[in-house]
Ligand binder design. Sequence first.
Ligand code: ZN
Length: 217
Amino acid sequence: MKKCVVIFSGGQDSTTCLFWAKKEFDVVEAISFDYKQRHSLELECAKKICQKNGVKHTILDMELLNQLAPNSLTRSDIEVDEKSSEGVPNSFVEGRNLLFLTFGAIYAKVNKINHIITGVSQSDYSGYPDCRDIFIKSTNVTLNLAMDYDFVIHTPLMWIDKKETWKLADDLGVLDIVKNETLTCYNGIIGDGCGKCPACELRRRGYDEYMKTKGAC
Ligand code: ZN
């Protein structure tokens, strides 16, 4: 039996990955992290999606991330600014994916799981260094050495953009679930979101582009 664990936030990308995993693996579990993110609603979305789709879901407390790296996604008193002059937007949480993958890997090993799925994408990485393929490959090697175990990190979205991520959701037959039940919006509005924040803009642009190509064929 092929088992995997999905690093799951309840957003568009990781939800698409969850359904990708359900197609590829016999047993799918999901793990989410509570770092007192600005919108705890994100975790509620994650919980509901798992419940509805029969996925075992574990939420780990990661509040220390908030203590260490105050940021627009973790603190409600910091405005989200995607276009920071210092290269990386202030929605970047330092070290987040490294920590998530490390804790995800510990969970996986304890539960005799080898495969870890994460929804990072180098195509849409907005300057986040820990969304790059080289980071994932290097972390995979490090985790294997750290725990003397054969982890395989899967990144189904690594080389596709938002438009293609919508296509993947559609191909998996879950376009409506991803469109209506996930939370990506920085203002905490489920589904189509506020329409104005950078996350909504990216999501909406991808959706419109995909719908255009779909209508064309
Ligand atoms: Zn929004």
